[in-house]
Design a protein around this ligand. Sequence first.
Ligand SMILES: [Zn+2]
Length: 329
Amino acid sequence: MTGPVADPRFAREAIATASDPGCEAPTLVSTGGAFPKDAKTLAIRWSGFSNFELVYKGQIILLDAYFDRGNMFPPLGFKAADVKRANLILIGHGHADHMSDAASVGAQTGALVVGAAVTAEKLLAQKINAKQVRTVTGRGGELLEFPGIKVEPILGRHGEPPKDVTAAFQNALKPFAKPATPEQLKERAEIRSRGTNDPRVVTEGTIAFLITLDNGFRIMFRDSGGVVTDYEKAAMARVGRVDVALVAVSAAFLHTLTAQRAVEHMRAYKPDVFIPAHHDAEFNGLWRATEPLFRTLKEENPNIVTVSRGYREPICFDTENNILRRQTR
Ligand SMILES: [Zn+2]
């Protein structure tokens, strides 16, 4: 199909002839898109900030749920109300930009929603069946099992970008930013009311999720760019490496600081593939640059694969090819 060279223009033609829409169409499976044809295929789709959809063996896992972001943001191409099917929703932490649609999407899909206590409290104050909400601490012994998939919550830590740096960037942008209209401010306040700003989010409310498939393929999801905790170090000492790390870019803006944190994450999770998260922004804000971060990761590990796609564009993996299998073969 692609000829002797991997000319990227042929990828478009491949989509047109769709040999596997589950790996080619920019449509979330949770909103009605196709499952990958092969049950062993893992399809990952990013949908803004730290939202990802994972599809494997007929199971749909949503990582974070912040879809209706308001009209200050680039459109994702779907609404929270369109998310009709999911088996599991893992919420990394309770800030609105990670959980504002968790209750409504949980209620309309019937999925189990998992998060720290401070996240669960906020969820239970909204319209969702309490039986669907699972509280975890990430301090060990909380393995969650689903068909073909195991999930281990691990206590992480929220990012704490230097306030002088973030304030300087925000002040620099202010004179050029188009002010929000009263309608936009009202919309933003309503969205923010569906998340929490409790200070516990930083220290005990940020959960990394280690997801292990039945053939040993491992995924680490880390939705905030905080320091690597002793809990994460202990988990990684036990499992060694992950195949894919889905990691939030630190909010520290300066390349030196965001790249330094990404390197810490790479050293901790030792992934084959690094996929960034939380790098997009509203129209008045700055996207967090991923290229300088990728370049720094590759200086230390030239073999690491970095992948950044647009909203909803699939990234498919043959999960039979994984680190654990290669080590034990
Ligand atoms: Zn946050």
